[in-house]
Ligand binder design. Structure first.
Ligand code: ATP
Length: 214
């Protein structure tokens, strides 16, 4: 059975960095990928766009292909969503199917701040996506925990449900949502950093443009 890869984030807004690395991860792992927007991210400030607005942008961005799918379960829950709880839910739903949590290198380096982080390996594999501008250095405690789990063979990921860590050599793209929000707030038009679908309806990017007026 193909692995199921989960790519969580605030997606405030979804950008071509997210889409490109998720697409390449899907190819490298031969996995179905679900993009999973977070409602109230436990370890960061509130998103600029509402949950509904971020979902609308994701829908517009994902239109026309079927390799990357949207999963809104964390938004459908009230309160903060902890990844470990979401993963247990997936495990219940999908039995022994391999699960892969996709994390950008920056998110992976901060894993120790996550709720019950060591438990993640019981439920999922982790796929680390390289990201330019991110210090590749992994904190010692984290590296000690992941060293025995590392593999560079996608077949190993497909052969067991959880517990391994794989670095996925995706094309580096130095795009961040922070930079895009700054450009939009400054009245700029970062057309080729964002999926074309986000420009079909002017309402989609309005939450970021309006921030410059307040
Ligand atoms: P912000 O600038 O608001 O922090 P972001 O661009 O990092 O946003 P998030 O929604 O926070 O986007 O990221 C979701 C996931 O996507 C994280 O695991 C993050 O590391 C990863 N990610 C985002 N952009 C890239 C990129 N250009 N290359 C690789 N991974 C990325």
């Amino acid at each position: 059975m193909k692995p199921l890869a989960l790519f969580g984030g605030t997606f405030d807004p979804i950008h071509l960095g997210h889409l490109s690395v998720a697409w390449e991860a899907s190819e490298l792992l031969d996995a179905e990928v679900r993009l999973m927007p977070a409602s109230v991210p436990p370890h960061r400030s509130s998103p600029t766009a509402s949950a509904e607005q971020r979902v609308e942008m994701l829908r517009a961005a994902l239109r026309g292909q079927s390799r990357l799918l949207l999963d809104t379960r964390e938004l459908d829950r009230s309160g903060p969503s902890y990844t470990i709880d979401t993963l247990h839910e997936f495990r219940q739903e999908f039995g022994a199917r391999p699960l892969v949590l996709l994390l950008g290198a920056d998110a992976f380096a901060g894993l120790r701040s996550w709720h019950r982080w060591r438990e993640l390996f019981d439920v999922t594999h982790i796929g680390v996506l390289n990201r330019p501008g991110v210090d590749a250095c992994v904190p010692g405690e984290l590296e000690r925990a992941v060293a025995p789990r590392r593999t560079d063979d996608p077949a190993v990921i497909g052969a067991q449900p959880a517990g391994r860590v794989i670095e996925l050599a995706v094309t580096p793209l130095e795009i961040s949502a922070t930079r895009i929000r700054e450009l939009l707030a400054a009245g700029r038009d970062p057309r080729y950093l964002l999926p074309a679908g986000l420009f079909d309806d002017p309402a989609l990017l309005a939450p970021y443009r309006e921030t410059s007026l307040h």
